[in-house]
Write a protein that binds this ligand. Structure first.
Ligand SMILES: [Zn+2]
Length: 523
């Protein structure tokens, strides 16, 4: 299991305010967190800051705190189904912070007590005042620390403090020099370490995932339960008639294409043959730092909307709407993009999710034209899509991503955007959160979120149907597998021979210099 901490920007600002004192001394505070449990990652979501009351802590160069303070917050945590975090600052520190012996003793001495009261491990965190980098560890009840690989602050810019010892910055490679020269090796190293999940391997999702892999991101996954069919081929660039004939899962085809596009030294490309609406699919999603929502159905969109707040995993969403005249011809087309995260209105509040349709989708009724007609629903979610315009949605959501992770000019993601094709104008949409928005009120709920997942009959049927193939298809499949294995061998040979060429560091520096790229590139 990997470990990671996440917090909304508002909580991070509250902690900076308290921990980074004007007089330059160390300070300490307690907070509560909720666990959010994925398949391979356990996250700790900071929920509420409980600043010390008078007499509960002492600032004297090294801050200390009383046992009564810990008991007070541990009781509040227990009542809320939460765990306890002890946070302190190293005012002049920069980068990942280790623990001094007194720091470690102070945290260790409460590890057992806090676990007894709350049933959850104590979390210890250090804030480096010099660059606002966080370090975090979880304590076992017996007082053994396990370091967290990252601390994620979800603000208008995604600030991730990586634990360089656990997640080393991947080496920059010749294939990435031009990408890195766009934002510098530090941002490249931070972005390359992100775990990014794309939900939906359709025209938008597949293209987004390919671009992410090509830009050097090491961990890219695509989740889709669907099977490639002939009617997809006008939009799934790279999928073949053979994929359709062999009824290959879209997730597998995506993995094949992404591996060819990936430039990371050790790409970890995964295909997840589930729906985000299935409990297992959702559990996989909780392992990722950023999610792209490239699905148009209300149910998965509702699950993603919940995940963005309850599990503090920002969701970048976008969509295309084509408005044809009833008798042919095009009235207009619009596309939108937005980052869904705490601090921004949710998909329902920006009217990109019709909650009335979620239950219908879950019951499978949106696939039943007779039901839709009888219920007097205007229509199911629009299915029109054209490859020439879907690339505009791809570009729009990727631009949101770059603003969110690279913060050009110090500015983060811009909020909801809409592009109108008729006039070719881009507008910033001004939406505010509806009062009592259920999703936004679930911020940092973690594993206690309202479960919107359940049995997904269509996903189960799609997986089952692939086992029933004809013998001809099985023979062709065997031949295709052999050809693919040969192809992969040739690719590996090419990689080896290219690698020995680019091992020469002076060559990489020369390429970077010719590009006007940053100094200090290394292989
Ligand atoms: Zn909302």
């Amino acid at each position: 299991m990997r470990h990671s901490v996440a917090m909304a920007g508002a909580i991070a600002h509250e902690l900076w305010e308290h921990l980074l004192r004007a007089d330059g001394q160390q300070d300490v505070t307690l907070a509560t967190y909720r666990p959010s449990t994925g398949v391979e990652r356990q996250s700790y979501l900071i929920r509420t800051v409980h600043p010390p009351r008078p007499g509960e802590r002492d600032v004297h160069g090294n801050a200390s705190f009383t046992g009564d303070y810990v008991l007070r917050v541990a009781s509040a945590a227990f009542a809320d189904g939460s765990g306890v975090a002890i946070l302190h600052s190293h005012p002049g520190g920069r980068g990942s912070q280790g623990m001094s012996a007194p720091d470690a003793d102070a945290e260790r001495s409460y590890a057992h007590l806090v676990h007894e009261i709350t049933g959850l491990p104590l979390l210890g965190m250090t804030l480096a005042g010099g660059d606002r980098r966080w370090s975090a560890r979880r304590w076992s009840p017996t007082g053994e620390p396990t370091w967290c690989e990252s601390v994620r602050v979800i603000d208008d810019i995604l600030h991730i403090s990586w634990n360089d010892a656990l997640r080393q910055p991947p080496p920059l490679r010749e294939t990435q020099v031009r990408t890195a020269s766009g934002w510098g090796p530090k941002i490249q190293a931070d972005i390359a370490r992100l775990r990014v999940l794309v939900i939906g391997a359709g025209s938008v999702g597949l293209e987004v995932a390919l671009r992410l892999a090509a830009s050097g991101i090491q961990h890219v996954a695509v989740m889709d339960f669907d099977t490639v069919e002939l009617l997809n081929l006008d939009r799934l660039i790279g999928a073949t008639r053979l994929d359709a004939l062999l009824r290959r899962p879209k997730a597998d085809v995506a993995v094949r294409l992404l591996r060819q596009a990936a430039t990371a030294a050790q790409p970890d490309i995964r295909g997840i043959d589930y729906s985000i609406c299935e409990p297992r699919g959702h559990e996989f999603a909780l392992d990722y730092d950023v999610i792209f929502s490239c699905v148009d159905r209300p149910w998965p969109r509702a699950v993603l909307n919940m995940t963005a707040y309850a599990d503090l995993i920002p969701v970048i969403d976008g969509g295309l709407h084509i408005d044809p005249f009833p008798d042919g011809g095009m009235r207009n087309a619009t596309w939108r993009s937005h980052v869904i995260r705490p601090g921004r209105p949710c998909l329902a509040c920006i009217r990109q999710l019709d909650l009335g349709q979620v239950a219908m989708d879950r019951e499978g009724l949106l696939d039943d034209p007779e039901y839709i007609r009888r219920a007097g629903q205007a229509r199911a979610p629009a299915r029109q899509n054209v490859a020439t315009l879907s690339v505009s949605v791809v570009s729009s959501v990727l631009a949101q991503f770059v603003s969110f992770v690279a913060g050009p000019g110090g500015r983060g993601e811009p909020g909801p955007l809409q592009y109108l094709l008729t006039t070719h104008s881009l507008s910033h949409l001004r939406y505010t959160t509806q009062p009592n928005c259920y999703f936004e009120n679930a911020t940092a709920a973690g594993d206690q979120r309202l479960a919107l997942t359940g049995t997904h009959r269509k996903a189960e049927e799609a997986r089952d149907s692939r086992t029933q193939t004809s013998w001809q298809a099985r023979m062709i499949s065997l031949a295709a597998t052999a050809v693919q294995a040969l192809d992969e061998r040739i690719e590996r040979c090419a990689i080896r021979s290219l690698r020995s060429r680019s091992k020469d560091p002076s060559r990489l520096r020369r390429v970077a210099a010719e590009d006007g790229g940053p100094a200090g590139l290394h292989e």
